[in-house]
Design a protein around this ligand. Structure first.
Ligand SMILES: Cc1ncc(C[n+]2csc(CCOP(=O)(O)OP(=O)(O)O)c2C)c(N)n1
Ligand SMILES: [Mg+2]
Length: 332
């Protein structure tokens, strides 16, 4: 069974709305950040692994644009885009991946653990599904203190087969917690196509088992993602409980490191590249004569990413004396 493409991008067919330049800028910042990380990795400057998100930018950008700064977000090891979209500074993200002292976690977490609590990015998690209960906990905290903040967990299609997914949805629904569960369905879990691990076509259907709305959205249409997220966040904020959203998208690169992704059927990547989220929004902006034009937005984002990388490259290595600081259970 071939992987089906998402239906035509319905919201963008009507042209790009106001605010489109900001969404495009954020997607370009993430795309260029990821391309740069790939380059740094091949130059041997990144220790450990990397899991990049080129092609998936519309999901985290559309989602985080629907949040306020005090709302919280958790994500996976493929989380550079989500953490940037939630507001973490580019230079500190680069610094973390390069293992520098000025990185988000002092250079001790690396690519899979970007975290910036100051912007509500509560953590990237390398264990599949581990962060869903964390978002449920953040939602419980918000609810207990009457803060009105919403928490969002962004996770992969593969995570919907993990026990913590089912436990989290169940508890969040029973307690009507202000949380949004957002599936970034990129069609694969590592090297396995979704259909080989999952017996249903629409992951959003799983919401029915937990008595919450299940929404499907074209995850390459940033405006559509934003709209469905805004509705889910609004429900959560007024105490109507959680929503499960499935955003259909595609990872344009391999699972991690230098995975050439040769397991993908011929033509599949090209079909998805034709629906690249950045191209879709840029075309809609051009058609509507948007100002600034998409080319200017790309140029500004490129300059910003370059400058951030230069600052990160100038950051010092962590001080060896700090090696036991922040380590759980270590003597002070
Ligand atoms: C609990 C657990 N089991 C297995 C793994 C190994 N693993 C790493 S990534 C991955 C695939 C996850 O796929 P998905 O949730 O779709 O996320 P994607 O990588 O596609 O973004 C697996 C099985 C893990 N990290 N954690
Ligand atoms: Mg996946």
């Amino acid at each position: 069974m071939p992987v089906e493409l998402s239906p035509a991008t319905a919201s963008l067919a009507g042209g790009a709305p106001e605010g489109a330049a900001d969404l495009l800028r954020q997607m370009w910042r993430i795309r260029l950040f990821e391309n740069t990380v790939m380059d740094l990795f091949t130059r041997g400057l990144v220790r450990g692994s990397t899991h990049l998100c080129q092609g998936q930018e519309a999901v985290s950008v559309g989602a985080c644009a629907a949040l306020r700064p005090s709302d919280t977000m958790t994500c996976t090891y493929r989380g550079h885009g989500a953490v940037i979209a939630k507001g973490a500074p580019l230079d500190a993200c680069f610094g973390e991946i390069l293992g520098r002292a000025g990185g988000l976690c002092g250079g001790k977490g690396g690519s899979m653990h970007l975290t910036d609590v100051s912007v509500g990015a509560l953590g990237s998690n390398a264990i599949v599904g581990a962060h869903l209960p964390i978002s449920v906990g953040a939602a419980l905290t918000s609810s207990y203190h009457g803060r009105g903040d919403v928490s969002v967990a962004i996770f992969g299609d593969g995570a919907t087969n993990i026990g913590a997914f089912h436990e989290s949805l169940n508890m969040a629904s029973v307690w009507r917690l202000p949380v949004v569960f957002l599936i970034e369905n990129n069609q694969y879990g590592e090297y396995s196509p979704l259909r080989s691990t999952t017996p249903i076509d629409r992951l959003a259907d799983r919401a029915a088992g937990y008595g919450m709305p299940g929404e499907y959205v074209d995850g390459n249409d940033v405006v559509a993602v934003h709209a469905v997220m805004e509705a889910a966040v609004a429900r959560a904020r007024v105490g109507q409980g959680p929503t499960l959203i499935e955003a259909d998208t595609y990872r344009q690169v391999g699972h991690s490191r230098s995975d050439p992704a040769t397991y993908r059927p011929a033509g599949e990547l090209d079909r998805w590249l034709a629906r690249d989220p950045i191209t879709l929004l840029s075309d809609a902006m051009r058609a509507g004569g948007a100002h600034p034009p998409p080319e200017d937005v790309e140029r500004e984002a490129a300059a910003e990413v370059d400058a951030a990388l230069r600052r990160a490259m100038d950051m010092p290595e962590p001080d060896p004396a700090s090696r036991l600081r922040d380590v759980y259970g270590a003597a002070a």
